[in-house]
Write a protein that binds this ligand. Structure first.
Ligand SMILES: Cc1cc2nc3c(=O)[nH]c(=O)nc-3n(C[C@H](O)[C@H](O)[C@H](O)COP(=O)(O)O)c2cc1C
Length: 441
């Protein structure tokens, strides 16, 4: 029987649910360490494999390059703390929970990426992961001296080189290079600490070594969410965890099978790559209670704000959007605008299969970003998750609940015990490093 891996995604105060920040059930201290430490303790109690923090490197702009609507409405990305700093707080109060940081390959030099992630990995005893992103917006490029975001092919070319260089730096110290031999007066064995190989790459070479020894888990775990053809190729080559978006089990099945097949072709064991669809569970003590909770989430969304947010995402002026027009032509006309192949695919799939208008599309985007949204008692939601695990659609899930932290509490106190009773989730962590725990079910 397949056990599920559980990962939590957070980007406080915005969640995948647009009205999280204004909900009275949402914690108000999301700019304070207390939010992160309580979150970490809660997820570890729920035996989650990992928490990871999303990130972007600019306040999102609308089609006119303005940031006013993002700021006024608390749009997604209006606030992002540096993930490594938030995760350091969590590391200090947890012992087994994995810690994933989103870091872009497009703007940072490999040396600084390798250094900060390996520092987190050492301080946490081998629990760090890198969510590798290539960034997607011109606004992010303009914060780094560029006028526009490089095209997808160029971003992935660079990402391949950056990841290789980061790994070379992480592996500079052999596992036993740090000797601490007081009698023999040897701190570290110089013969076992190496500079990074020259690889004829186009990015500036990072010669190394890092002034940080080898990680307790050998190196931080690699994860990514790119889903264009090039993104899949990148995942099959590098990723150990793939974070997938989309609301269709069939699409997840196809996508997971394609990734596993590509792994085989590259000589990789497909079991070394975990495919985790995002879910936004809405739990209740009865079916009616869960539906009532969903209804109250829906009622709190503002239709005008949802339309503005959709316009921002698709680089369209909201006044040019006809809310009652069909959504599919709009998505097709703006393909490429979001910079995320997976996100556009799931948006298009939902609009096509459900024949959505632009108003409905905006609403769905604001509610759950087109992800799987199981609604019901813990038993009913667990049934749905078991089906996904057993039908080859998932190796586990990225839980991205609507409200911080109450929705996570519902998962930890309701869904987690249900999955444990069914033998679908660990009762205890077996290992102390993230990579070992991810491999153990
Ligand atoms: C579910 C999901 C979550 C993502 N989270 C982030 C993020 O936090 N920060 C970011 O810069 N990019 C994020 N991305 C963008 C991807 O990591 C990737 O860089 C982008 O999708 C381009 O690759 P693709 O065209 O191959 O999909 C996310 C994408 C998806 C589908």
């Amino acid at each position: 029987m397949r056990q599920a891996r559980l990962v939590a995604l957070v980007n406080p105060p915005t969640s995948q649910y647009a009205a999280n920040w204004s909900n009275p059930l949402t914690r108000a201290d999301w700019l304070r360490g207390s939010f992160y430490t309580d979150l970490g303790r809660l997820l570890e109690r729920g035996r989650f494999d990992m928490v990871f923090l999303a990130d972007a490197l600019a306040v999102p702009e609308d089609a006119d390059g303005e940031i006013a609507t993002t700021l006024r409405t608390g749009g997604k990305g209006a606030i992002y703390l540096d993930p490594i700093v938030g995760l350091s707080h969590i590391a200090a109060v947890t012992t087994h929970l994995g810690l994933g940081a989103t870091v872009s390959t497009t703007f940072q030099h490999p040396f600084s990426i390798a250094r900060s992630l390996l520092s987190l990995d050492q301080l946490s005893g081998g629990r760090a992961a890198w969510n590798i992103v290539t960034s997607t917006t011109d606004a992010e490029a303009r914060n780094h001296g560029l006028q526009a975001i490089p095209d997808r092919a160029a971003r992935y070319d660079r990402a391949d080189e950056v990841v290789q260089s980061v790994i070379d730096l992480w592996e500079g110290w052999e596992p036993d290079a740090l000797r601490l031999d007081t009698a023999g007066r040897v701190f570290a064995d110089p013969a076992r600490v190496h500079r990074a190989p020259e690889r004829n790459a186009s990015i500036p070479h990072a010669r190394g070594p890092l002034a940080i020894p080898r990680s307790p888990q050998n190196r931080p775990v690699l994860m990514q969410a790119g889903a264009s053809p090039r993104g899949l190729e990148f995942a099959a080559r590098w990723a150990e965890v793939v974070f997938a978006t989309g609301g269709s089990p069939d699409v997840h099945r196809t996508h997971r099978a394609a990734l596993r097949e590509r792994c085989r072709q590259l000589g990789r064991d497909p079991e070394s790559l975990l495919y985790l669809p995002a879910i936004q569970p809405v739990l209740g003590s009865t079916g009616a209670d869960a539906r009532r909770r969903l209804q109250s989430l829906e009622d709190a969304l503002d239709a005008d704000e949802a339309l503005v947010a959709l316009g921002r995402l698709l680089h369209s002026r909201p006044e040019e959007l006809d809310p009652d027009a069909p959504a599919v032509p709009l998505i097709q006309a703006h393909r490429g605008a979001t910079g995320s192949g997976g996100f556009e695919r799931s948006m298009l799939h939902t609009a096509q299969t459900e024949d959505l208008t632009i108003r409905e599309l905006a609403f769905r985007q604001a509610l759950s970003q087109f992800n799987l949204q199981p609604v019901g008692t813990p038993a009913k939601v667990a049934d749905e998750l078991e089906k996904l695990l057993d039908s080859g659609a998932a190796d586990g899930f990225v839980v991205m609940p609507a409200l911080y932290l109450t929705s996570f509490e519902d998962v930890v106190d309701g869904l987690v015990p249900e999955l444990q009773q069914r033998g679908r989730l660990r009762e205890e962590y077996e290992h102390t490093t993230l990579r070992a725990n991810l491999a153990s079910p």
